[in-house]
Design a protein around this ligand. Sequence first.
Ligand code: DAT
Length: 172
Amino acid sequence: MLLPNILLTGTPGVGKTTLGKELASRSGLKYINVGDLAREGQLYDGYDEEYECPILDEDRVVDELENQMSEGGVIVDYHGCDFFPERWFHIVFVLQADNSVLYKRLETRGYNEKKLKDNIQCEIFQVLYEEALASYREEIVHQLPSNKPEDLEDNINQILKWIEQWIKDHSS
Ligand code: DAT
């Protein structure tokens, strides 16, 4: 059976992991958190002192994922989307949260002042949405509100329906 690949992207803290894991458990698709994958495989290329985080080795991440992505049925979660091959994804969701909501979530994570400010700005200027539009066909890029538990439930139901339809359309 052919299965679609889904990209969940957006500013850190918008709810990609929460949605991705729940979606995977309800759809049977596989969930991959690119941040975790990079940590496990040490797929890094230096360290960013300003943001206090390692720099992703994008080429190695792509190589690492290629086989699974060609098989299909993968939900990818990452706060960036311009380095993945465009052909990998059948649909792209950009999650979005209100500033006040996002601020509280990131504060809870203990982000430093600069990281907090930059991430809030990233959300205000819709940086990930713009990046997604620049990297994928506009028709497959969708924004999803991710402020409250009801949003999560709505998003899951909407995506499950989409998956079901995609599978129907691609079965022969
Ligand atoms: P991300 O993976 O985008 O960094 P996350 O899934 O870890 O974000 O979520 C960050 C926090 O926000 C976490 O404590 C769970 C909470 N959260 C996520 N989606 C939510 C929603 N729709 N309603 C309320 N809280 C949510």
